[in-house]
Design a protein around this ligand. Structure first.
Ligand code: HEM
Length: 440
């Protein structure tokens, strides 16, 4: 640590609430004003605690690379969603995280991903075949249902493990758990978001616990079976409790994030018909059930996915807590301080991206590569040891859904439409993302 430290500015806001409401209303505006007024490192009051806010790629990089092991993920995320995603991989740290990640990595090898991708193809095609298109089709809830079905299919070995009613309850339980993040009442009080989330967690534990014994006894190729049977060379494997905790986190991580990504792409392609045509031409050129290798070769769909992840990163802020005092860009940060790594702003900074609010997928094309301006200019999947483990699966899933969507449907979105996004938790369109959808 250097000896010269800069005073860290602080913006308070209302007592207890602090800047929570500014964030929930418009996180990008809140981050911009914070950055303009206070620079890349500053303190705020947020959901009842003092947080140090990191803005811009250099500050975010310092925490995510975590060279001096000062930033813990578990205690940071733990404050926001700890009771609901307890001991999921993202909430483990240091040696324990390394051990669990090493075991779990064997569930995400190229061979396994090819297997999951093959299982996705018929499931996506038949899921979309059930959509009822129309002039006011709400894409977001339809996609959310689809991605949860896919997660149960690919991760649990079949949607027939649960009735449609039970799946709907599981979906509600995930929503309740995720929405706890910015709740101002953080106790088991009936009628509050926190109370609903605790009941959601109990339902998920019961649901997965009920299926666990069968998976241990007769394993399949799904992720749940794989987690039950994984073993490292040293013979390490997960306990029943570990498997349930990892599954609850994985199912959440896998379906909420992909849903918002496809929803953003649908909005952009609905407003940019020339891009929709380009992507459809690519989709039509693939085999009926594209393999992972075919999906890897997509160019236009890949550019559109990257640009959509830039405009609306599904995880706009990453949470950490310092386990010892440390320093970011010359600012001293004490031990036990909650830290918000606000990656969303980096995606919209005009210092990094020309015309950052413009949908311009070719900024990622080989001859432009605007994302190369800084290692952490584009970081929708995070960075460092907690970088998204499902990144390649997410790419395959999002592209599979897009390929089948483009083949089965055409859609438009009013060019003047602006998404009323909710940021009470991970971003989602409050109006369900209306599109004018017709079957081809
Ligand atoms: C577009 C989709 C996705 C996005 C944008 C995304 C984003 C992220 C981000 C930003 C993190 C890092 C959080 C942090 O450092 O605090 C993360 C972690 C993680 N994600 Fe994803 N994710 C996506 C899809 C998925 C999928 C499909 C899976 C599972 C199949 C998954 C599994 C995980 C896991 C296990 C971690 C924790 C890794 C660790 O802590 O070692 N994600 N994700």
């Amino acid at each position: 640590m250097s000896h010269v430290t800069v005073t860290t500015p602080r913006r308070r806001g209302l007592p207890y609430v602090g800047r929570t409401l500014d964030y929930v209303r418009d996180p990008l505006a809140m981050m911009r004003t914070q950055y303009d007024a206070c620079g890349p490192v500053s303190d705020i009051d947020f959901i009842g605690k003092r947080w140090t806010v990191l803005l811009g790629p250099d500050a975010c990089e310092t925490a995510l690379r975590n060279a001096d092991k000062a930033f813990a993920s578990g205690d940071g995320w733990g404050y926001l969603v700890g009771p609901f995603f307890d001991r999921g991989l993202m909430l483990l740290d240091f040696e324990e995280h390394h051990r669990h990640r090493r075991i779990m990595q064997s569930a995400f090898t190229r061979d396994r991903l090819e297997g999951y991708t093959a299982a996705l193809q018929p499931a996506v095609a038949s899921g979309l075949a059930q959509w009822r298109p129309g002039g006011d089709f709400r894409a977001y809830p339809a996609l959310k249902e689809l991605t949860l079905d896919l997660a149960t299919e690919v991760f649990m070995g079949g949607a027939d493990l649960a009735s449609p009613d039970e799946l709907a309850r599981v979906n509600q339980a995930f929503i309740a758990c995720v929405q706890s993040a910015t709740a101002l009442v953080r106790a088991n009080v009936p009628g509050t978001r926190w109370g609903r989330a605790l009941r959601g967690r109990a339902l998920l534990e019961e649901f997965l616990g009920r299926h666990l014994a069968a998976k241990r006894a007769t394993p399949g190729d799904d992720l749940f079976s794989v987690l039950c049977h994984l073993q490292t060379d040293d013979g390490e494997r997960f306990s029943d409790e570990d498997v349930v905790n990892h599954m609850i986190f994985l199912l959440m991580a896998a379906h909420d994030t992909s849903t918002i990504t496809v929803s953003t792409v649908m909005q952009q392609l609905g407003q940019h018909p020339a891009w929709q045509d380009r992507c459809r031409a690519e989709a039509l050129a693939l085999s009926e059930h594209p393999t992972m290798a075919e999906l890897d070769e997509l160019v236009d769909i890949d550019l559109v996915m990257k640009e959509s992840l830039r405009l609306v990163p599904p995880v706009p802020v990453l949470a950490r807590k310092t386990v010892k005092e440390t320093e970011v860009l010359g600012h001293h940060i004490p031990a036990d301080r909650l830290v918000a790594v606000m990656v969303h702003l980096s995606h919209h900074m005009s210092e990094l991206w020309p015309e950052p609010e413009r949908f311009d997928p070719e900024r990622f094309a080989a001859d432009r590569r605007e994302d190369k301006v800084h290692r952490y200019a584009w970081e929708p999947f995070g960075g460092g040891v907690h970088k998204c483990l499902g990144m390649f699966f997410a790419g395959a899933e999002v592209k599979t859904i897009l390929v089948h969507l483009l083949r089965q449907f055409e859609w438009t979105v009013d060019p003047a439409y602006r998404v009323p996004m909710s940021y009470t938790s991970l971003p989602f369109p409050k109006d369900g993302q209306p599109v004018h959808l017709s079957r081809r």
